[in-house]
Structure formats: structure tokens, C-alpha cells
Design a binder for this molecule. Structure first.
Ligand code: FAD
Length: 118
């Protein structure tokens, strides 16, 4: 299976083009058939998963993971591990839940009465 971040880079139904591309990695590979799906053109997904530009994961995402005052963020886009995947979404959600639990426990269940943590 191949995942391509630029749909214009190659025509997935062009067997010779796919084979030429794959032979850069395995010179002896013989592609017998191809099948592809464009997540960008899929009416339900309208795109793929998050792909960070260099520096985003270690700078922007790391800062967002810290939260701001009483606000906590969760989601695979800012996950420290498995970013852009379901495992990352769960890891990020668990971290945010762990972070807010003590606040909820000491504020009678309301984040609104807790003090901002900067
Ligand atoms: C085409 C495609 C294929 C993928 N394939 C895989 C795969 O094979 N394996 C894998 O691990 N991951 C895959 N992923 C990535 C994975 O689906 C995501 O990383 C994961 O679902 C993100 O989870 P999340 O909870 O962070 O965000 P989401 O699942 O995007 O959840 C965010 C939720 O917030 C809601 N929301 C948005 N704005 C608001 C608002 N203002 N108010 C209230 N609600 C709001 C949205 O409706 C959505 O339900 C794929 C993603 C795509 C798009």
C-alpha cells in the first residue's frame, strides 16, 4: 500500500508510472495491478489526515498541548505520538482528561470556578 500526499504527483491507474516510482525503492518489483482511492475527492472525508509542516509538531503543537488557563485541547492533530492517527487522538484525549480531572475534583465539578493554570 502506498499513501501519496500529492494527488497530482502520480496517476495511480498508470501501472507503468507506479512501477517506475516503486522501483526507486525496489529495482526488481513488478506491479501487476493498481487500485486507488482519493480521500481528497471523497464526498465524506474531503481530505486526509493532518500532516504537519516541519517545526509544527515540536513548536505549535507542543504549545497547544500545554493548554491555556482553564482551556485544554485534545485531538490527534496535536498528539505527541501517532499524530494524525486514531491512536494519537486517544492518547491526546487521555492526557487532557488526566489534566482536567484534578481540577474537576476540587472545583465541585466545574472548570469555571477553578483558577487558571498558566
Ligand atoms: C480519509 C482518512 C483516513 C484515515 N485513515 C486512518 C487510519 O487508517 N488509521 C488511523 O489511525 N487514522 C486514520 N485517519 C486519521 C483519524 O481518522 C484521525 O486522526 C482521528 O479520527 C482524529 O480524531 P480526533 O478525535 O482528534 O478528531 P475528529 O475525529 O476529527 O473529531 C473532532 C470532532 O469535533 C467535531 N467538531 C468540529 N468542530 C466543532 C465545533 N465547533 N463544535 C463542536 N464539535 C466540533 C467534529 O464534527 C468531529 O466529530 C484517517 C483520516 C482520514 C480523514
Amino acid at each position: 500500500m502506498c499513501i501519496c500526499s500529492d494527488a497530482a504527483a502520480i496517476r495511480a491507474d498508470d501501472l507503468q508510472a507506479v512501477q517506475a516510482a516503486l522501483r526507486r525503492f525496489d529495482p526488481d518489483i513488478e506491479v501487476v495491478d493498481t487500485v486507488s482511492h482519493s480521500w481528497a475527492n471523497d464526498e465524506f472525508s474531503k481530505g486526509g489526515w493532518m500532516m504537519h509542516r516541519p517545526g509544527h509538531l515540536t513548536n505549535g503543537a507542543a504549545q497547544i498541548r500545554q493548554g491555556h488557563g482553564r482551556i485544554r485541547f485534545a485531538g490527534s492533530d496535536i498528539a505527541g505520538l501517532d499524530v494524525g492517527a486514531i491512536e494519537g487522538a486517544m492518547e491526546s484525549a487521555a492526557a487532557a482528561a488526566r489534566d482536567v480531572s484534578p481540577v474537576l475534583a476540587t472545583s465541585g465539578g466545574s472548570l469555571l470556578t477553578s483558577r487558571p493554570r498558566m
